[in-house]
Design a protein around this ligand. Sequence first.
Ligand code: PEP
Ligand code: MN
Length: 354
Amino acid sequence: MSIIEKKHLIVAGPCSAETEEQLMEASLGLKEAGVDMLRAGVWKPRTRPNSFEGIGAPALEWIKNVKKATGLPFTIEVATPQHVELALDAGIDVLWIGARTTVNPFNVQDIADALRGVDIPVMIKNPINPDLSLWIGAIERIAGAGIKQIAAIHRGFSTFQPTQYRNLPMWRIPIELKSKMPELPLICDPSHISGKRDMVFEVAQKALDLDYDGLMIEVHPDPDHAWSDPKQQMTPARFGAELSQLRFRKSSPGDQVFIDQLEELREKIDYLDREIIEALGARMKMSELIGLYKKDNNVAAFQLQRWQEILKTRPDWGEKESLTQAFVEEIYKIIHNESVKVQTEIMKKQPSKT
Ligand code: PEP
Ligand code: MN
């Protein structure tokens, strides 16, 4: 089994390899914390010029020493065919493609071409923009080069809006990827999603609750003085302590009693869903009748006042059933939209009396 197929794979290490001492200290601490694989950026794709752009090839020598000292596999980011060649020569175990590279099919194809005929696992981060096809396209390009062991890393999507996250998680996108490619291991990078160390493990737990296959977290022996991403990195000691508090979930229930009980609860849900659908069907029929009546009296399908009334009352009714106002409002927007659509169709089809 390839390392990236391990359930609950834990990858950690500094954002950037800065000095041999820094890399060694982080790595020895992480070995003690029980990680499966180490990481570090050797070439850093920085948003602005004149930021630290990585040590480059000399860091590959430090990685060789770290691998000897810890016995752990090591992963680095590659963004060009030359990076691939140098990484392979240095005996790097797993490669990853960064978010700024995934966005560009030319770059991804260049990397794929450099990987043709090579047997190495590759992890592909989501593109910085929320585009599932672009992510899938990158995965297909790497798979097309004959790479068999591929994983996806979810690191969030950039946004101009100020939010609590550095990169919006938009969980629906990675979940859709998983449902399209169920065999593909899905790893969460909560460091780049949260952008701040106090939030990293909260996001990591959410990923585990969603049955992610692994985590990649940035760790630095002196985070506040890190040469890149200082706010989101934490010490190996803190990382170890927080890691031990994570609740790792089983993908599927093991024991029979649990399965039976789950089945029973799901049957109740099925029954309730039927009732919801029947009620929606009855409501839509009523709406058709109203549509005919409006048509006969030459009245517009959309009635603002009525819509305002619905939007005011339904969320209040929902609250009595412990449903959030936002949830009920969202549902009624969809229902009302469909009603108006049905009524305008009726108006188009049926001849008017007036
Ligand atoms: C990184 O992992 O350090 C990195 C540069 O990540 P991303 O490509 O997700 O920005
Ligand atoms: Mn980083």
